[in-house]
Design a protein around this ligand. Structure first.
Ligand SMILES: Cc1cc2nc3c(=O)[nH]c(=O)nc-3n(C[C@H](O)[C@H](O)[C@H](O)COP(=O)(O)OP(=O)(O)OC[C@H]3O[C@@H](n4cnc5c(N)ncnc54)[C@H](O)[C@@H]3O)c2cc1C
Length: 381
């Protein structure tokens, strides 16, 4: 057991944090207020190599492992104080592209991954539907029917991150209703396919600097070569290959945010004077600071453990579920406590704590709710 990160990873972490502080943080408040997407930031992230960080080098990526990608996400979230862009990055790199990296044929990888690595194309995942969320496979309504050399898809997907700006989507659809999860297939869908359209951009409470929408498929034609893994086995295979990536890397955003909020709140508490002394001297304030630090350390260790297991080729369903539920709930608790330290200012838009408060809310919902994570943990026990 070695709890120290290697020096080159620390150097990379600091570089990513600086990048986010320089190019993302300065405009985060304004973009959040307007709910706007910034294509220039995305382009810069592509130039920095971030958009293809965990993709193999032979396909234009950086070949980073799960721990490196987790640490980079944490650093980006800390420096950017912008949950939306961090989410868009994770949706593109991890849930939108890693299914192709891990389950695609050489031809599929060659066609899509190099352009996804630079950011020329942006990816997303289409799993959730208006009537199917936690019971993703069982309640899925989107159907795919094979007709000659193509599949015809009908249905829609809900809450899709990068929907309005995406070029390529990994989409799940039922190919054999009788078989439940074993009757769901996965397709690589391009935005220009006939029958594909994007619903209106959703006006969100948080993560407002990312874009989210419905995807609609009306007799959408997908070439048979865009089937990802075998027919009927995609849901299980793609899920098995990518879920633990999602439940470590995307969740790392919470760790970066907690670190930022803690540092910021300690500074605030040292400067804010009430009853003739800095509020940091009050035990009730110290208690919140100590609790935040305890949650930060615990969440970080859980996430790193899950990432390291993944990099060793071991499966980590319990670890990644524990890390996900703990870190995202810790972030909600910490935003509350750090908000208390800021008093009334935590209620004012121009304080980053207010944005974090709204962004934090998605953590326990997206990518599997806390309730579902707990049921996975219990089932594995
Ligand atoms: C901003 C945003 C971005 C998103 N991005 C994407 C994306 O890019 N791609 C994508 O496919 N999806 C995306 N999602 C969807 C997200 O993953 C789902 O919202 C989530 O899986 C929960 O599904 P649901 O909203 O339908 O809730 P439901 O499944 O309807 O759950 C409602 C409540 O019931 C509880 N519940 C359900 N089943 C059980 C059970 N068995 N035991 C105990 N409690 C249960 C849940 O925990 C929850 O509290 C996004 C959502 C949001 C809000």
């Amino acid at each position: 057991m070695n709890f120290a990160l290697p020096p080159d990873l620390i150097e990379f972490r600091d570089m990513v944090k600086k990048f986010a502080q320089t190019y993302v943080q300065p405009t985060a408040e304004e973009r959040d207020a307007q709910g706007s997407w910034d294509a220039d930031i995305w382009k810069k992230m592509g130039e920095m190599g971030l958009l293809g960080l965990p993709f193999p080098e032979e396909y234009g990526g950086q070949g980073a492992d799960c721990l490196t990608t987790t640490v980079a996400t944490e650093a980006f979230a800390e420096g950017a104080t912008d949950g939306g862009v961090t989410l868009a990055w994770g949706a593109h790199t991890i849930i939108g592209s890693m299914p192709i990296v891990l389950c695609g044929t050489p031809e599929q990888k060659q066609k899509y991954i190099p352009r996804l690595a630079t950011g020329e194309w942006t990816a997303g995942l289409g799993l959730t539907e208006p009537g199917s969320g936690s019971d993703a496979a069982g309640s899925m309504e989107t159907r795919a029917e094979k007709k000659g050399d193509r599949y015809v898809l009908n249905g829609s997907k809900m809450f899709i991150t990068n929907g309005p700006i995406g070029d390529v989507f990994v989409v799940m659809a039922v190919t054999d209703k009788k078989k439940g999860a074993m009757g769901v297939s996965v397709f690589i869908v391009e935005k220009d396919f006939k029958g594909f359209s994007v619903g209106k951009k959703l006006n969100k409470m948080g993560m407002r600097t990312s874009t989210t929408s419905e995807l609609i498929f009306e007799d959408m034609e997908v070439p048979a070569e865009n089937l990802l893994t075998k027919e009927n086995s995609g849901f299980v295979r793609v899920g098995r290959a990518t879920l633990e990536w999602e439940r470590t890397v995307l969740v790392a955003s919470a760790i970066g945010s907690i670190q930022y909020l803690l540092d910021q709140s300690v500074k605030y508490a040292k400067n804010r004077v009430q009853f003739g002394e800095p509020i940091v001297r009050f035990q009730a304030i110290q208690d919140k600071i100590a609790r935040a630090r305890m949650r930060l350390d615990a969440a970080r260790l859980l996430l790193y453990k899950s990432a390291v297991k993944k990099d060793r080729g071991e499966s980590a369903p319990i670890e990644s579920s524990i890390a996900k539920v703990y870190a995202t709930e810790a972030m909600i608790d910490v935003t509350y406590d750090m908000g208390q330290i800021h008093g009334g200012y935590c209620f004012i838009h121009e304080y980053p704590i207010e944005r974090s408060y709204r962004d934090a809310r998605l953590g326990t919902l997206g990518g599997g709710t806390s309730e579902v994570m707990r049921s996975i943990i219990a089932a594995n026990i």
